[in-house]
Design a protein around this ligand. Structure first.
Ligand SMILES: [Zn+2]
Ligand SMILES: [Zn+2]
Length: 350
């Protein structure tokens, strides 16, 4: 009897299967009406909208309530339903509000986008011990090490304080969903606090789910009230190039400085490439050491790496004695069974 299988389909989507259930993990495309797990509401993890329309996925989508609400606001018509699937447990993965990893058959853990670092209202997640771990490897290279969060908070507050003493406004930049809410929580004490309209909308969703965030005013409201003329202020804005016309305008008209927050800021040229004044390596993903810590905790027999530096990370893990394979190496036109477990006997197809 087959306990479970890990499969890569012809569209390079990963799915898990046991005797009762077949479930896709964060697919962009699906081939039939199997169950679909959506780990969180970032658009690179949501099904293609046109594709979504083609299938009747009512009661086939597995996600947290928060993910479902945010995805619906972003125009993805999904509903979630969890009850009938005893083989499936959703586990907090610390990435953004409502993001989850999926524990299948109590033996396979798919991490989704993962951060094990406590950040404001997001807590360090519990990592389950499993046989098979499917782990994201966005920052799966040793050079991606992020400084402690306390140090970043201290440096950013010092920087804002210095700018405020000179009457200079500050633009804090990060992804609209996820990062911007953490920035609001960490630096919202600076007033007046203005946030980009998209971020304002996401902040409100977070608040509706009980997350405490400082009061802020949307950028369009602040403009109506001529608040920008009264310097200094803090504005939380999506992470875009400092050369973008909207940023250029704020820099030229108000003399604002830009501070970007991203894991990629580990790269020395990131600040220059993005045309920002300051950048800090601050991410909603694990850094390299944190990924290794997850693997130590979960003690898997088999590891599949997905996203980012999956080849490099798998190689590194193999050097450490783990059995790891990058999923993209296995790409093919035909569906492949990556791993089949039969009554506890390992039976690899590779
Ligand atoms: Zn994400
Ligand atoms: Zn992602």
């Amino acid at each position: 009897m087959i306990e479970y299988k890990v499969i890569l389909d012809k569209n390079n989507e990963i799915l898990l299967e046991n005797n009762k259930t077949k479930i896709y993990l964060d697919p962009i495309h699906i081939v039939d009406e199997d169950y679909v797990f959506i780990s969180h509401a970032h658009t690179d993890h949501l099904l293609n909208k046109a594709h979504l329309k083609k299938f009747n996925l009512n009661n086939k989508i597995i996600s947290s309530n928060e993910t479902s609400v945010i995805a619906n606001i972003r125009g993805y018509n999904i509903s979630n339903n969890l009850e009938p699937y005893e083989d499936i447990q959703l586990i907090d993965n610390g990435h953004i509000l409502g993001s989850k990893g999926l524990l299948f058959n109590k033996k396979v853990f798919y991490t989704g986008d993962l951060s094990t670092r406590k950040r404001a209202f997001l807590n360090k997640p519990e990592i389950p011990k499993v046989e098979t771990l499917i782990i994201e490897s966005t920052f799966g290279k040793p050079e991606y090490k992020f400084p402690p969060l306390d140090k970043i908070i201290y440096q950013v507050n010092s920087l804002i304080s210095e700018m405020y003493s000179r009457g200079i406004p500050v633009i804090l930049m990060g992804y609209s969903l996820g990062k911007a809410q953490i920035l609001t929580a960490l630096f919202g004490a600076w007033k007046p606090l203005i946030v980009h309209d998209n971020i304002y909308q996401f902040n409100n969703i977070y608040k509706n789910f009980g997350i405490v965030l400082e009061e802020s005013i949307s950028l369009s409201r602040a403009k109506e009230k001529n608040m920008l003329d009264k310097k200094p202020w803090v504005l939380i804005y999506p992470l875009i190039s400092g050369k973008h016309t909207s940023i250029n305008y704020l820099k030229e008209k108000y003399g604002a400085v830009t501070i970007g927050f991203s894991g990629w800021a580990v790269n020395k040229n990131y600040c220059h490439i993005m045309n920002l004044d300051y950048v800090f390596p601050f991410s909603d993903h694990c850094d390299f050491d944190e990924l290794l810590e997850v693997i130590k905790k979960s003690r898997p027999e088999k590891i599949f790496t997905v996203h980012g530096f999956q080849v490099e990370f798998a190689k590194h893990l193999n050097h450490l004695g783990y059995n790891a394979e990058p999923v993209n190496k296995l790409k093919g036109r035909k569906t492949k069974e990556l791993k089949t477990y039969k009554n506890k006997t390992l039976d690899s197809f590779f």
